[in-house]
Design a protein around this ligand. Structure first.
Ligand SMILES: NC(=O)c1ccc[n+]([C@@H]2O[C@H](COP(=O)([O-])OP(=O)(O)OC[C@H]3O[C@@H](n4cnc5c(N)ncnc54)[C@H](O)[C@@H]3O)[C@@H](O)[C@H]2O)c1
Length: 325
């Protein structure tokens, strides 16, 4: 008998209408997440071109999910019928109970937009931001009903990567945090909650540590870009795909995590000291990394590589669903 590893959060249903504000790369993928869960979605953007491009990209992503049996028994046609578009902010907010903001990562844009959302959205609606790094306190401090604001940060593309980071501002109501997390469970995402704001949240802090070391190894001529990517894709990434770093080390010593730390803690401490001094990624270093990347994939092949990545992620998602943790 395998003991379940994760305590699961309770799904919170009750949201029937979602507004996606900003229909770029992330907004389109979010719309697919909500429509896949049977929820009616409307996307808003200031650019009609963005709205049209989002519809094309959602259709092709939905076709991929349908081919992999990952559309909750829905058809691409049903998904497309559940998603509307508008360039009118009043219209998108009308009756929306949950608003996923996906505007560009620029503070002045988010600040101005949140002023409008504060005035126009229903007082009960959750105002969830997709921001990758701006704390919610930086753009929601002086809006009406600021206790409705919370960060719900996806990992791109959210229709293939379920994790979301839920980060409250100091004034976010506990009820909003609970409802946002519960709603994410209801639409098939996997939320993790942070107790308070911190730059980079969890994922980008971890990613920053890994990228910093990866660039350092290349800069010091220790190994190639490909060697590092392989160390991840055939090594740590594969292992971490089912179990995170703590659960991993819990299994890597006979006496569990405490035994592991006793045996290897001093080694990691010495390594960490040699990694403690962060370095900027110099132009020359970026040039070197780029030329090695272009040897692996030419510029013309980046789009087809992205499609291949999405196909692999869909297959992996299917596999993970077959082996719940
Ligand atoms: N791309 C990623 O990998 C990723 C991952 C996680 C989170 N995010 C975050 O999601 C948000 C959106 O990122 P993206 O990559 O989709 O950007 P994007 O540039 O692809 O899309 C942004 C969209 O917002 C629209 N827009 C501009 N001003 C607007 C306004 N005032 N109101 C409504 N729409 C407006 C633009 O026309 C554009 O279509 C950012 O905060 C970003 O940090 C991005």
């Amino acid at each position: 008998v395998i003991q379940p590893y994760k305590k699961s959060l309770k799904a919170e249903v009750g949201v029937n209408k979602v507004a996606v504000v900003g229909a770029g790369l992330v907004g389109g993928s979010w719309a697919l997440v909500f429509a896949r869960a049977g929820i009616s979605v409307k996307m808003y953007d200031i650019s009609l071109d963005s709205l049209n491009a989002a519809v094309v990209s959602i259709r092709s992503s939905a076709e991929l999910l349908e081919s992999q049996g990952l559309l909750n028994s829905r058809s691409t046609a049903q998904i497309m019928a559940a998603i509307g578009t508008t360039d009118n902010l009043d219209e998108v907010l009308d009756g929306a109970e949950y608003i996923q903001e996906c505007a560009p990562e620029r503070l002045e844009i988010k600040r101005a937009l949140y002023q409008q959302l504060g005035r126009l959205a229903s007082p009960q609606a959750i105002l969830a931001s997709s921001t990758s790094g701006l704390p919610a306190s930086s753009f929601s401090s002086d809006i009406q009903g600021r206790d409705r604001c919370v960060i719900v940060h996806p990992i791109n593309p959210p229709h293939l990567i379920p994790l979301v980071e839920i980060v409250p501002a100091p004034w976010t109501s506990k009820d909003v945090v609970r409802r946002a997390a519960g709603f994410m469970v209801a639409v098939g995402q996997v939320p993790v909650r942070l107790e308070r704001e911190i730059d980079g949240f969890i994922v980008n802090r971890l990613q920053s540590a890994i990228l910093g070391e990866a660039f350092r190894l290349v800069e010091d001529g220790i190994c190639s870009v490909q060697a590092i990517d392989t160390a991840m894709s055939d090594g740590l990434g594969l292992r971490w795909c089912f179990l995170g770093p703590f659960a991993t080390i819990d299994l890597n010593a006979k006496g569990g995590v405490a035994d592991y730390c006793k045996k290897l803690g001093p080694m990691y401490y010495e390594l960490a000291k040699s990694q403690a001094d962060p370095r900027p990624w110099s132009e020359a270093l970026v040039h070197e990394v780029e030329s090695q990347c272009r040897e692996m994939v030419t510029s013309e092949n980046l789009d087809s590589r992205k499609n291949w990545r999405d196909y692999c992620l869909a297959a992996l998602l299917k596999c993970k669903r077959a082996f719940p943790q």
